[in-house]
Design a protein around this ligand. Structure first.
Ligand code: DX5
Ligand code: ZN
Length: 225
């Protein structure tokens, strides 16, 4: 697979109509990946779906899958998502027993390996291990629900991570998720994000394709500054 270049826009189907998933996926053909939020009602107080549904999304989606696992015991469950063909699988650092071993296993199966940090989780412990991951997700809301407000207080953390990645010559993707919209995406891009999840800002728009293009344009402009 040729990898899309930055800025990458990943619409989150958490804000899509779950009863019309095939049509909702067809609307985001202009996106780079589709962001698929798996929640288990334990790691977060919300429940979405598991491997059976993700397999059907994988069969149906016009773009590759960026699976975001908000679940306990990812060491046990994450490899199954790589095995069903997801191009990228991200698990939470807070939930993993052995994040490095799990990332290596995801890569061995053939998926990109991502690790996510909640707003209160420091990112510094990852600095020594940037090469172990293909993507680091800095949450810009408390995970669990779409439609929450962007947390600008996460920008210093993102900036420290981006500076460190640059210093080390790392090509790890830096993703943000939560409250990303035409109004907030520039802040995240300026702080160093190159990969942007957007749920309500894409699926809540009348013109989904224009929303994706608008986000991409705003991120590209901000990144140059
Ligand atoms: C929240 C999820 C997000 C969510 C983002 O826990 O991880 O992916 O869909 O939705 P918006 O873009 O509406 O904040
Ligand atoms: Zn997500």
């Amino acid at each position: 697979m040729t990898l899309p270049s930055a800025p990458r826009i990943h619409p989150s189907i958490l804000s899509a109509d779950f009863a019309n998933m095939q049509a909702e996926l067809a609307r985001i053909v202009a996106a780079d990946f589709v962001h698929v939020d798996v929640m288990d009602n334990h790691f977060v107080p919300n429940l979405t779906f598991g491997p059976q549904m993700v397999r059907r999304i994988q069969d149906t989606s016009p773009v590759p899958l960026d699976v975001h696992l908000m679940i306990e015991d990812p060491d046990r469950w994450a490899p199954g998502y790589a095995e069903l063909g997801a191009a990228s699988v991200t698990f939470h650092l807070e939930a993993a027993r052995d994040a490095l071993a799990l990332a290596a296993r995801l890569r061995a199966i053939g998926s990109r390996a991502g690790v996510a940090v909640k707003p209160d989780t420091p990112v510094e412990p990852l600095f020594e291990h940037l090469d172990a991951f293909d993507q680091i997700l800095v949450m810009t809301v408390e995970p669990g629900f779409g439609g929450q407000s962007f947390r600008a207080d996460q920008m210093p953390k993102l900036r420290r991570l981006a500076d460190e990645a640059r210093r080390r010559g790392s090509d790890v993707w830096l993703q943000v998720d939560g409250g990303i919209s035409a109004d907030t995406i520039a802040q995240a891009a300026e702080a160093g994000a190159d990969t942007f999840v957007a749920g309500s800002a894409v699926y809540g728009a009348d013109d989904v394709e224009a929303a994706i293009a608008g986000l991409r344009h705003a991120a590209a402009l901000a990144h140059r500054h």
